[in-house]
Design a protein around this ligand. Structure first.
Ligand code: ADP
Ligand code: ADP
Length: 244
């Protein structure tokens, strides 16, 4: 069975206007798709097409107006709050600007280890520093990175730190929203290789969002094309991109 099954997902935002007149934006319109375990599902689409809204719903950072997200057999929006909190370790998100999501006042080791303090059992917490060191190695950073602060790293290294933080709870799914868009081309390639490597060696399933068709073509097993909140096309990368 697929790891993620999204059915008829719709998200309306009510934008408040002056004098009580309001208007609704349908950011996501009846999206249905499935994501296979151990695959990279690429999402492309122009700005405002609903990519981020879809991404946030997949990791329960938002709630849909209607429709459902079934993750590993669980309908996540029908779970009681405590059960959803427990489930969160299984899906993590990585953002475009790791500077925005990495607390500048905390050392990298503390940033990466923090989800373990939230999720891990008491016995596992004692070994946080060991697990952080292993995770740094896993994403191609030296263990000494743990004692430095985010601003002491380049953009690509910060994206590796964000990836390490996302992976420390051993999630089944990582949703990456424009993770390479702010990086230089040569560094983009390194991060794409890291994602491919994590899929191949650890079986991590990725949703990878980009407005850049070349990036998606190079990394995705399957591609979904978003337009005006709708998923207008979905298929293997070679089929979606090799049309005349
Ligand atoms: P974004 O970059 O996603 O557009 P915003 O700054 O617009 O972020 O919103 C920040 C957060 O508040 C998001 O989680 C968004 O989903 C939520 N949010 C904003 N407006 C609304 C709304 N009208 N109804 C529900 N959630 C909202
Ligand atoms: P993309 O990631 O493809 O750029 P988004 O999912 O951010 O697209 O946005 C889709 C549509 O929903 C846009 O019209 C956007 O303005 C609107 N939207 C997104 N988040 C919010 C929000 N929190 N409040 C109001 N409107 C929103």
């Amino acid at each position: 069975p697929p790891l993620v099954e999204i059915a008829n997902l719709t998200r309306d935002f009510r934008n408040h206007r002056f004098f009580g007149i309001s208007q609704t934006t349908r950011a996501l319109d009846d999206v249905t798709l499935q994501i296979d375990q151990g695959s990279i599902f690429g999402i492309v689409g122009e700005s405002g097409s609903g990519k981020s809204t879809l991404a946030r719903l997949m990791v329960a950072l938002d709630r849909p107006t209607s429709g459902k997200v079934v993750f590993d057999g669980e309908d996540i929006f029908s779970l009681p709050a405590a059960a959803l909190r427990h489930h969160r370790r299984n899906f993590q998100m990585v953002f475009q600007d790791p500077f925005g999501s990495l607390d500048p006042r905390q050392k990298v080791g503390r940033i990466i280890g923090e989800p373990l303090h939230v999720f891990a059992s008491q016995s596992a917490r004692g070994r946080v520093s060991e697990r952080v060191a292993a995770m740094l190695e896993n994403v191609g950073l030296p263990a000494t990175a743990a004692d430095l602060y985010p601003h002491q790293f380049s953009g690509g290294q910060r994206q590796r730190i964000a990836m390490a933080r996302a992976l420390i709870t051993e999630p089944k799914l990582v949703v990456a929203d424009e993770p390479v868009s702010a990086l230089d081309l040569s560094v983009q390639a390194q991060i794409l290789n890291l994602v491919l490597d994590l899929r191949d060696t650890q079986g991590v399933t990725f949703v990878f969002i980009s407005h850049n068709l070349a990036v998606i073509d190079c990394i995705a097993d399957k591609v979904g094309v978003m337009h005006s909140g709708r998923l207008v096309e979905v298929g293997p990368a070679h089929e979606v991109f090799d049309q005349p």
